[in-house]
Ligand binder design. Structure first.
Ligand code: ZN
Length: 182
């Protein structure tokens, strides 16, 4: 298992719709294991495959968000059914280091997916867990949280977004060893 580098705004992997997974093979199992290590090392609550540069429909969520989970859970080819009142809360993203914004999300969702064994999953999630599922699902559609921000907020972040996009365009990736050196 390995901690992978995080691909940041505006890497092209983050800006296209990811491909469905037709075969849960060794490559997918290795990807999921590496993503788990990566999410825990970077202290994220979730991670989607495009964030490690892989354009496949898979994300993981931290066990702290989920009922009766002791390990991060893997969601393959997920589908979301939103419910509940929309509400606004603060959001961040490993692909947008040190940037935060207030994003409107549904307060509840039904998350359907398959796991690494190909078993069907269906979870009812609320509040922070529902928010994280919507955030990770967005990554599979090429959407990032800053796309949802109100115009005024986006304006405030504009300079830092531009800077980040420029670093990414030069080939920069967010690596754990660089952050540990800080
Ligand atoms: Zn994210």
């Amino acid at each position: 298992m390995a901690v992978l580098p995080i691909h940041c705004y505006e890497h092209e992997a983050l800006r296209r719709a990811a491909d469905p997974i037709t075969d849960i093979d060794d490559e997918i199992r290795r990807l999921a294991a590496d993503m788990r290590e990566t999410m825990l090392a970077f202290e994220g609550l979730g991670l989607a495959a495009p964030q490690v540069g892989v354009s496949r429909r898979l994300f993981i969520l931290h066990h702290n968000l989920l009922p009766e989970a002791e390990e991060p859970r893997v969601f393959i080819n997920p589908e979301l059914e939103p419910a509940g009142e929309p509400y606004i809360d603060r959001e961040g993203c490993l692909s947008l280091p040190e940037l935060y914004g207030r994003v409107k999300r549904h307060s509840r969702v039904t998350l359907r997916a398959v796991d690494l064994e190909g078993r069907k999953l269906e979870l009812e999630l609320a509040l922070l867990a529902a928010r994280a599922a919507q955030h990770e699902f967005d990554h599979l559609e090429g959407v990032m949280f800053v796309d949802h921000l109100a115009k005024g907020q986006r304006m405030l972040l504009r300079g830092r977004l531009k800077q980040l996009a420029a670093r990414t365009a030069q080939g920069w990736l967010r690596r754990l060893e660089d952050e540990q050196r800080k």
